[in-house]
Write a protein that binds this ligand. Structure first.
Ligand code: KG4
Ligand code: ZN
Length: 351
């Protein structure tokens, strides 16, 4: 049986250094993911310079480890896929140049992958039955978008954030609450024992005719509610974390319901990106899909946060269509999936 091409994937756009070997038949042959949490924790956020240095140290040995684990040599891979943006440019450059060098040495095609496309197609790596078109909620540290995914390379942006990304709002709220770094998973854990109804927090743009998201006001409300308590207890923190998470869920569900109406050809509701590993968010979206009679698909949590397998898989999908790149492929700090999408009001809009 032909298992399809074997693609080496490289991811280095933020604070995970990751490498994977994935086949066209969706088998993950080998992979490694190294988080840089220890390096960034003292600063309470990702420091781009430290991230780039860590990628430079870790990436090449990690490629060797993955090839060793698979028991193959470079000559046996069929293509190299590397994230070429958007992201922290130092890390993107290190990953892309490493990918180019490997492709050149092995004389195999290079695929310069958009990190967002990696997230957008990752559900198809986990779910062989997931067909185009689908409605995708892409929620990560730098993005919060609703996309009509019509095919590989064919994305229609239906909504985006007019200020903060959702992951950023989780991370900053976690920091205010003293929950540590990385903030998203810490806030989810704290929320487990909290009462989401104790603090009335705003739900920006909920019910609005505008299709977009906004999280800055919610984040500021967490800051104000926290500052109003002189000596918050662990229960106070848990209640505020639960209130934030519930408000964020309500906003995501409301905006996604609107997008379901705007994209009636969708065959499924899909969520991807780091924040999609949040169980409360998955549950709320699954229920929404059920109310609309749509199948719901979410990759396993490890495939939601940054990893090499999603980049290798996006590479395999592009390779199957002959979409390969030249050695002059640029590293891009910003790279929208839908370049034709209208600009939105507000500042700080990513990619
Ligand atoms: O996709 P990702 O790994 O990197 C980017 O492309 O940004 O997403 C990282 C984001 C961070 O903001 C992180 O706090 C958030 O995903 N995140 C979570 C959870 N796990 C990761 N947010 C909420 N709940 C989680 N369990
Ligand atoms: Zn990501």
């Amino acid at each position: 049986m032909n298992a399809g091409p074997l693609v080496l994937g490289i991811e280095s756009s933020c604070d995970e250094t990751a490498v994977a070997l994935v086949r066209g038949d969706r088998s993950i042959v080998a992979q490694r993911i190294a988080s840089q949490d220890e390096a960034h924790r003292p600063f309470g956020g990702v420091v781009p310079e430290l991230a780039a240095r860590a990628h430079a140290e870790r990436l090449t040995p990690m490629v060797a480890e993955v090839l060793d684990a698979a028991g193959i040599g470079l000559a046996e891979i069929d293509a190299v896929a590397a994230t070429a943006g958007p992201g922290l440019i130092g890390g993107v450059m290190i990953g892309l140049v490493t990918g180019k060098a490997l492709a050149f040495a092995a004389n195999k095609p290079l695929i310069a992958v958009n990190h967002l496309e990696g997230h957008a197609l990752s559900p198809r790596l986990a779910d062989a039955g997931l067909q185009f078109p689908y409605l995708l909620l892409l929620v990560s540290g730098g993005h919060c978008q609703l996309l009509g995914v019509e095919g590989v390379g064919r994305y229609r942006r239906l909504a985006t954030t007019i200020d903060d990304a959702i992951g950023e709002a989780f991370d900053k709220s976690a920091k205010v609450l003293g929950l540590g770094f990385p903030g998203g998973p810490a806030l989810e854990r704290a929320a487990l024992t909290g009462n989401p109804r104790r603090f009335p927090l705003p739900r920006p743009l909920m019910g609005s005719a505008e299709p977009h998201f906004s999280f800055a006001g919610l984040k500021s409300a967490v800051l104000r509610a926290h500052a109003a308590m002189s000596a918050p207890t662990a229960q106070d923190i848990a209640d505020l974390a639960a209130a934030f998470q519930q408000a964020a869920c309500d906003c995501l569900v409301d905006r996604t319901a609107r997008a379901i109406a705007a994209f009636p050809s969708a065959t499924a509701l899909v969520v991807a990106g780091g924040v999609a590993s949040n169980m409360a968010i998955r549950g709320a979206l699954s229920a929404l899909a059920g109310r609309h009679g749509l199948p719901f698909s979410a990759p396993p949590p490890w495939l939601c946060t940054d990893n090499g397998a999603m980049i290798a898989w996006a590479g395999a999908e592009r390779l199957a269509l002959g979409l390969i790149d030249g050695m002059d492929a640029p590293a891009r700090p910003r790279w929208p999936l839908d370049p034709g999408a209208e600009a939105v009001r507000g500042a700080g809009v990513k990619a």
